[in-house]
Design a protein around this ligand. Structure first.
Ligand code: FE2
Length: 437
């Protein structure tokens, strides 16, 4: 498979492939009960426990749950106490959130203190309401420590992590995933996890989805194949910690942090089966589509995952990636066109140069174009786009992405004071001469 030859190498771990399947995995053969979920006595004496990601009564198509067979139930053995937590991780509705109509862009933020993944999470903005299970929050992380002896469990939503620098070793109750920049990992609501660093530091972006779980977009006339193919999603195989060691479990419960102590690892699930699973996905596997005749399609053609709203065809969140691909449309302005959008667009850059900006949009940086904010190519990109030869061209060495949301994003007011805010951003659109009429 020559197209993916540069990223086809595995990370040494075993995974189960597929999206939305009913998976099952055993770290010890025979640990799963056969033909039933909750026998009077489970194999190996394990405790059976169900993790429900949707209402018991959700439609079969929506229903997500997983049965865990573990060395101890995940009940609290010790009192759960309020925890100071991370006051930079905000939860919607944002009490002091700011709506700002300007086109905004930030350079890559510097680390603020020596934190692990959870401690370093800093909210850029959010919308909707976690208690109402509507909307999302957008965060960045900038970690330089592993989560040793600490696990985290988020009651407020699933977490889509987009690493930009530094690989992550993600331990979950269902097993391990290794995730490098260019891949993304999704951790379901309520699943315990911790993140270890393999490099000196790690940074990236996080989308916290309070609403309906991410799923693959419909393909419509594209057909049965294309975009993110289900078989390319990878979920872990069962793996458990057998040793007894002290752990603290931090939870976020509708914006407030709590902590409890355990005398053992929460990662003690010996076997599991179900369809509520963490997974990772390599964005370069996106089977990108584009015009083979004329005009550039809307960016939704590159949707990887979507969280639908009750409004038909309109998502609370679309996660869209812009991977390397050929551009062949004839007599067409190929860079992203000028536009205004009822949806709010948060963009990040994992590596390379984004096709719509020649300068100033840096890997690790991000931009926010809110509802109806005019934006588009900077002037240099525009000039190049109008002058380039109408021949096939391959965009290479780039990976940008967008979180697009139907609700306006209320900003964490602190980010408007950050030194990384690019106060010259609008200058990239200076110099457009009037047309001759
Ligand atoms: Fe846009």
């Amino acid at each position: 498979m020559s197209y993916l030859k540069n990223n086809a190498a595995g990370d040494g771990r075993s995974y189960i492939h597929g999206f939305g399947n009913q998976f099952e995995s055993e770290a010890i053969a025979g640990a799963l009960p056969i033909g039933m979920n909750s026998p009077k006595t489970s194999p190996l004496g394990l405790y059976a426990e169900q993790l429900s990601g949707t209402a018991f009564t959700a439609t079969r198509a929506e229903n997500r749950r997983t049965w865990l067979y573990r060395r101890r139930p995940s009940i609290n053995e010790a009192p759960q106490e309020p925890y100071a937590g991370n006051d930079s991780w905000l939860t919607a509705p944002l009490r002091d959130g700011v709506l700002d109509p300007r086109t905004l862009r930030w350079r890559p933020p510097h680390a603020r203190g020596e934190q692990d993944f959870i401690g370093s999470l800093t909210t850029i903005g959010g919308n909707g309401s976690a208690p109402d299970q509507v909307g999302c929050a957008i965060h960045i992380y900038n970690a330089c420590r592993s989560m040793e002896g600490t696990a985290f469990c988020n009651s407020d939503g699933e977490l889509l992590v987009v690493p930009q620098q530094g690989s992550l070793e993600v331990q979950t109750e269902l097993g391990w995933l290794t995730v490098r920049p260019g891949e993304v990992v999704l951790i379901p609501r309520g699943l315990c996890f911790r993140i270890l660093l393999t490099d000196r530091s790690a940074r990236g972006y996080v989308l916290e989805n309070y609403g309906p779980a991410f799923r693959l977009p419909e393909l419509g006339p594209i057909g049965a194949n294309g975009l993110a193919n289900a078989r390319d999603f990878q979920c872990p195989v069962a793996a458990f910690d057998a040793q007894e060691s002290d752990y603290r479990i931090i939870t976020k419960f509708f914006g407030s942090f709590w902590v409890r102590q355990l005398g053992h690892s929460p990662f003690n699930v010996v076997a599991w089966h179900g369809n509520l699973v963490p997974f990772k996905y390599d964005l370069e596997r996106l089977n990108a589509f584009g015009s083979v005749s004329y005009d550039s399609p809307d960016p939704c053609i590159s949707t990887v995952l979507t969280s639908p709203s009750p409004q038909p065809g309109t998502a609370y969140i679309d996660f869209v990636a812009f991977p390397p691909r050929w551009q062949v449309a004839e007599d067409t302005f190929r860079p992203p066109f000028f536009h205004r959008n009822v949806m709010t667009e948060f963009m990040g850059l994992i590596h390379g140069i984004y096709e719509g900006k020649n300068d100033g949009f840096l890997p690790g940086g991000f931009s926010l174009h809110s509802c109806m904010a005019p934006h588009g190519p900077d002037r240099d990109t525009y000039v190049q786009g109008t002058q380039e030869a109408s021949v096939p061209k391959k965009l290479q060495g780039t990976m940008a992405f967008m979180f697009e949301t139907k609700l306006p994003v209320y900003l964490n007011p602190a980010v408007l004071d950050w030194p990384e805010l690019d106060r010259d951003y609008v200058n990239c659109w200076k110099g457009f001469a009037p047309t001759v009429v």
